[in-house]
Design a protein around this ligand. Structure first.
Ligand SMILES: [Zn+2]
Length: 384
């Protein structure tokens, strides 16, 4: 059973212009916990007083999900993360030669010393917490550096190693996240080490979900995601899509309550100031709506003709859109939803005519529009 880490409140808040006030973080954390995620990454306490306060507040909410505090590889960051009372501390450091040399101005041995010191301190301050170490930009860093960093972190007390595709570089079958996870697991096992492995996939090439599933099939223990995929640049894996695919196609998530996803997304949409596109998988308003007459006719017989996902999985229903492409089947379906089960052919053809006029003006016909059209048709003197 894979575990899900939601990082909307940490990674998501790194998306330009996104800021969640404390009450929104509390509501989101409550909703994420009820949804069934295992970890809620709440923020990086040293990034600001408000963030530190929020991490502390969430850690004190007594949720089933573990709260994760982010921390650079430094004793002051680790102390702040520990002081938040979080049940998990995520420590990160990029160990690529170029970053060590140009950004951190330290040698690999110095980096390993910093990792050892930070992870040990976290372990000492929080004996019961889960400690995660992330060699940031794992997949583009020198393999030997990553391996040494992971070995050092695990020996110092890290429970989880996160494989980070920080720049969305991986491609299934070409530069495979799954293969990387397997290689790292094997290399650590040969050294007698067996930490849990996590995958953090960015979406720069639009492949975050594919790479996360690649890692999942390699047996990764934890997958990171965020609501709407919010995060740095192109963001990361979208939470709703990931959980829905894992539930629908891989038998995961017996304890997940995916019906809660639409309300959770509406909450984050409101506070993040980011609109969910109508075609956004699983959540968008149109993703279970059928428009063209041919499609509508087929799904009215059997939804699976044009749906491979059951909308009921996320508490939604199939819908038929009325517009310029609609035909009689769509209109009969919409009328039956209004309680008009056996409309005469004349009413149907009149409604189709109106619906097409609406559609040609680029309008989506709402149920209120339809009711007005029906009332107008029924109020007219009969032709016969
Ligand atoms: Zn990230």
């Amino acid at each position: 059973m894979v575990r899900i880490l939601d990082t909307t409140l940490r990674e998501g808040e790194q998306a330009p212009g996104v800021f969640f006030p404390l009450h929104a973080k509390e509501m989101a954390a409550t909703a994420l916990d009820a949804l069934g995620v295992d970890f809620i990454e709440a923020g990086h306490p040293v990034a600001g007083r408000e963030i530190a306060e929020a991490v502390k507040r969430l850690a004190g909410m007594d949720l089933r999900a573990k709260i994760v505090a982010h921390s650079r590889c430094s004793l002051s960051d680790v102390s702040a993360a520990a002081a938040s009372g979080a049940g998990c501390v995520g420590i990160f450091l990029c160990v690529s030669d170029s970053r060590l040399d140009k950004v951190f101005r330290m040698s690999l041995p110095q980096a390993l010393e910093a990792i050892e010191e930070s992870v040990s301190r976290a372990r000492e301050l929080l004996p019961d917490a889960l400690i995660r170490f992330t060699p940031e930009d794992t997949v583009r860093s020198e393999w030997d550096n990553v391996l040494e960093a992971c070995r050092t972190a695990v020996l110092a007390g890290a429970d989880v190693i996160s494989v980070a595709d920080t720049t969305g570089y991986m491609i299934p079958g070409v530069r495979s996240m799954g293969r990387y996870v397997n290689d790292l697991r094997d290399a650590l096992e040969r050294r007698g080490l067996a930490p849990m492995l996590a995958a953090h996939c960015h979406n720069d090439r639009g492949l975050a979900l594919a790479n996360a599933l690649d890692a999942y099939q390699a047996g990764v223990d934890i997958l990171d995601a965020s609501i709407l995929g919010l995060g740095e640049r192109a963001g990361i894996v979208d939470l709703a899509t990931l959980m829905t695919v894992l539930a629908a196609d891989f038998g995961e998530g017996e304890h997940w309550d995916l019906d809660r996803l639409p309300d959770l997304y509406a909450l984050v949409e409101r506070h993040a100031g980011v609109s969910v596109p109508s075609f956004f998988p699983v959540i968008g308003k149109d993703v279970f709506r059928h428009s063209a007459g041919v499609h509508a006719n087929a799904v009215i017989q059997n939804p699976e003709h044009y749906q491979s996902l059951d909308p009921g999985l996320v508490g939604r229903e199939m819908e038929i859109a009325l517009g310029g492409m609609s035909g009689a089947s769509s209109v009969r379906w919409a009328l039956s939803r209004m309680g008009i089960d056996s409309p005469d052919d004349e009413l149907v053809s009149e409604v189709v005519r109106f619906v097409k006029i609406f559609g040609r003006k680029g309008r989506d016909v709402t149920s209120e529009d339809l009711l007005r059209v029906v009332q107008w048709c029924e109020g007219r003197p009969s032709k016969s």
